[in-house]
Write a protein that binds this ligand. Structure first.
Ligand code: AHR
Length: 491
């Protein structure tokens, strides 16, 4: 038995749509073949973008897309990716499998993808191996309306109008793949580079490279030295079932102990948000600077037989639970968490979509984003849960995760996951003095290892669930094991 309490009168702040953001890197089959197939492909496409993938992503209302990396960003030279495709320079993607990058997907193609998706743009600039001038000229190329060398070049390449750059990241993981910098050095360099990320038209939100997981010193130093020059500070934290990078664990073959350990490690995100947020509070009590969790998700061993540099992994109900926990946490900390970008959108790590040739599969994680889209732009509501705990090898976790919001549609939305792998749970949702009406519930549910494959693409899918019932001021849900639910009602 568990009780969830929702106070529909207590609005705690806006849940930024960007919390439901995505990340797409030039890595493995994310961009090439997963999203972009080129105009001459047999696979149905619009201006080179797979129609099936774009249409599926439109259903979950992707609010913002981060590109081109990741570690790739600090090796990327944007001028190689513009102009006639046959003339574009080829390079080796040294980070990710040593493949040849032919630069056929560049700035114009990224902007076209975002146009098709109807989402905001988040470009990650190259500080690790690029110059201030290069970064500055990229911004000029994309956003300067008048006559200038870069703006004229853009027009010559077929783009008359400026594009809107909503977010611009100054480097990625500069404590590691982005240059192995110390926090003090990065912070000084950040101040310099960001100076030349000019606002020619509408304001670009500038994002500084943030910490690797629990590197609190990084956050402290970067906030102290450069906090006044940024709109957001990133944070990267991945959920690995095991500590060892060389043996992270299989995405699909795991035991119950692995399942619970993975969920426990996911909950570490809450401590990270609280502690990084606490440090940010001491430099930025007004919470002007957003915590941008622009890489998160599960990271397993690659699927057997696939290129280790491509980070291709399957996706099960365990991933759905990881997504449900994290997204509920981000909602509940929306006073500081202003954006989050799951890694990554297609065919890489905890993907929404897997592709093989012209076939496409939607993962359990996709359906969690589908169920949770109700929270985009909504007002967070006060909520709490009283439930039993589950023992894991690393300590306990709550059996239920929840968050609630008042949506743009005037309804109350509650997302709940029963984390137990094998036990159903009777959940009573209490609305205090308010009376719920017009209840509807949708969910995904399955065994912890259930997944969608190309042979069986609909093993996990969203269903309308008729079994929720209203009892006075409460809604009662007899939840099955391992499920994620979206409850919607008027109060
Ligand atoms: O998402 C894969 C990689 O993980 C990114 O390129 C990098 O930023 C992080 O280490």
């Amino acid at each position: 038995m568990a009780d969830i309490y929702v106070n529909a009168k207590k609005k705690l702040g806006k849940i930024n749509r960007e919390i439901y953001g995505q990340f797409s890197e030039h890595l493995g089959r994310c961009i090439y073949s997963g999203i972009y197939v080129g105009e001459d492909s047999q696979i149905p496409n619009r201006n080179g973008m797979r129609t099936d993938v774009v249409e599926a992503l439109k259903q979950i209302r992707v609010p913002v897309l981060r590109w081109p990396g990741g570690c790739f960003a600090d090796e990327y030279h944007w001028k190689d990716g513009i102009g006639p495709k046959e003339k574009r320079k080829k390079m080796i993607n040294t980070h990710w499998g040593g493949t040849i990058e032919d630069n056929s997907f560049g700035t114009h193609e990224f902007m076209e993808l975002c146009r098709q998706l109807g989402c905001k743009t988040y470009i990650n600039g190259n500080m690790g191996s690029g110059t201030v001038q290069e970064m500055s000229e990229w911004v000029e190329y994309m956003t300067f309306e008048g006559t200038s060398p870069m703006a004229d070049w853009r027009r010559k390449n077929g783009q008359e109008d400026i594009w809107k750059v909503d977010y611009f990241g100054v480097g990625n993981e500069n404590w590691g793949c982005g240059g192995n910098m110390r926090a003090e050095y990065y912070a000084d360099e950040y101040r310099r580079y960001q100076t030349y990320v000019r606002n020619y038209g509408s304001k670009i939100q500038k994002i500084a490279c943030g910490a690797n997981a629990d590197d609190y010193n990084w956050t402290r130093k970067v906030m102290e030295i450069a906090g006044n020059y940024m709109d957001g500070l990133s944070l990267h934290y991945y959920t690995l079932p095991n500590e060892k990078w060389e043996h992270k664990g299989s995405a699909t073959e795991f035991e119950e102990a692995d399942y619970y350990r993975t969920l426990k490690k996911t909950y570490y995100m809450e401590e990270l948000i609280q502690r990084h947020g606490g440090i940010m509070d001491s430099y930025d009590p007004q919470k002007r600077v957003g915590l941008m969790i622009d890489e998160w998700g599960t990271w397993y061993d690659v699927e057997p037989g696939t290129n280790p540099g491509f980070l291709y992994q399957q996706n099960t109900m365990r991933d759905a639970m990881v997504a449900a926990i994290n997204l509920n946490l981000f909602n509940r900390h929306c006073d500081r968490v202003k954006m989050a970008n799951i890694a990554q959108m297609v065919n890489v790590l905890q993907a929404m979509i897997l592709t093989e040739g012209d076939a496409m599969v939607l993962t359990p994680t996709y359906y969690v984003f589908d169920l949770y889209q109700c929270h985009q732009g909504a007002e967070l509501l006060e909520s709490s849960v009283n439930c039993g705990e589950i023992e894991t090898e690393l300590g306990t976790i709550p059996g239920i995760t929840q968050s609630a919001s008042f949506g743009e549609d005037g309804k109350v939305h509650i997302t709940i996951a029963n984390l137990s792998a094998d036990r159903g749970e009777a959940v009573t949702v209490h609305f205090g003095e308010d009376m719920p009406a017009e209840l509807s519930v949708e969910m995904i549910c399955g065994g912890m290892r259930d997944k969608n494959t190309f042979e069986e693409p609909d093993c996990v899918k969203k269903v309308v669930w008729k079994e929720g019932r209203m009892e006075g001021n409460c809604v009662v849900l007899e939840l099955p094991a391992c499920c994620v639910v979206h409850l919607e009602c008027l109060v």
